[in-house]
Design a protein around this ligand. Sequence first.
Ligand code: HEM
Length: 278
Amino acid sequence: ASPTAGPWKVKKWLNVGKERRLKKAIADVHGFAMEIVRSRRQSASGEENRDDVLSRFVASDEHGDEALRDIVLSFLIAGRETSSSALTWFFWLVSSRPDVVARIADEVRSVRSMAGTRPGDPFTFDALRDMRYLHAALTESMRLYPPVPIDSQSSAADDTLPDGTHIGAGWNITYSAYAMGRLAVIWGKDCAEFKPERWLGDDGAFRPESPFRYTVFHAGPRTCLGKEMAYVQMKSIAASVLEEFAVDVVRKNAGSGGVPEHVLSVTLRMKGGLPVQI
Ligand code: HEM
């Protein structure tokens, strides 16, 4: 319901209809997150020594239960659908690019042999850092299919953008990472092509782009706090899967122009998910 036009206030006051359902939904979500916090507190006070982000927050002893609950929620909301959206589109894109899959598998093999680990072993941070082609392929895939395709902010005070555009206090500003990722003025004539190489220098090193041009993780003071963690997760998963399995997309050309139908929510999802055969 529109927050500006009416009857919701009455419903909220009477606790009926959608407002009642919203209240219940918020309580369910809070309860779910609070359960996670309680179980970590228990493990922290017991023998069990868990080394995860939440356990570290608990151990720091600087946050009450409600603050921890909200940290859990922001990590789940900000970190889960985003990385999974990115991986879905990545696996779909590479399913028609055996050359890219082969290069990733080669890179993972060479990183394994340098580190002296075997398929199935976890990757160290150093090993993941050395996967520069995979880093480029994921970055390129998110350029075309950004997990947060549209993002909005509101201006706390009057402001002027670098190009002179006036922004008034309280205005809502929306930008589209999806549209920006497909602009020829930023990426060149081949902007519609999936080309991991565009991110690599002649020496094979990853060449980052300004976050104000590549806006997938937002830019400026409110930029994504989980970006590095997201790459660690996505690279571990993509590398582990592609080093050991062949992934066949079942309905490769479903949707218009051979591209799966987009589902737009806060994140960019794929209609029906991505059925694959392993
Ligand atoms: C591919 C994966 C990800 C993408 C594309 C992504 C993208 C974004 C974007 C666009 C924003 C700005 C949203 C806004 O305007 O408020 C954001 C904020 C944020 N992200 Fe991520 N994110 C990803 C993964 C993660 C992960 C794994 C975590 C944490 C575990 C995380 C934590 C956060 C947090 C805490 C913020 C809020 C920062 C602030 O407002 O100061 N993100 N992310």
